[in-house]
Write a protein that binds this ligand. Structure first.
Ligand SMILES: [Zn+2]
Length: 100
């Protein structure tokens, strides 16, 4: 019985809404100057819906493409990624930087 309540509590803590639920945080690092850059992607507007005819990986529901310029140098970082229905990253590519 105590285990049942414990599991139930964990279930609720995972699914309870938070102020950040509409944002996906991605952290990248500039290859040139090693600056660490935090990006908040808005789930409602920054993601593109993936359609069947797109050449997307299996299970992909959303696509994200972004160009990022840090504050410390002029190196432009390009990244793109696919996400499933729950915004879990399925595949990712980056140029000019790396994911942290
Ligand atoms: Zn840089």
């Amino acid at each position: 019985m105590p285990n049942f309540f414990k599991n139930l509590k964990q279930l609720f803590s995972v699914s309870s809404p938070s102020s950040t639920e509409n944002f996906l945080k991605i952290k990248i690092k500039c290859k040139k100057c090693s600056e660490e850059i935090n990006i908040n992607m808005r789930k409602s507007s920054d993601f593109s819906r993936v359609y069947e005819e797109d050449n997307a990986p299996a299970g992909a529901s959303f696509f994200l493409r972004k160009e990022v310029l840090g504050n410390k140098c002029n190196n432009l970082i390009y990244f793109s990624a696919y996400f499933d229905e729950n915004f879990n990253m399925i595949s990712k590519e980056i140029e000019g930087g790396e994911f942290l």
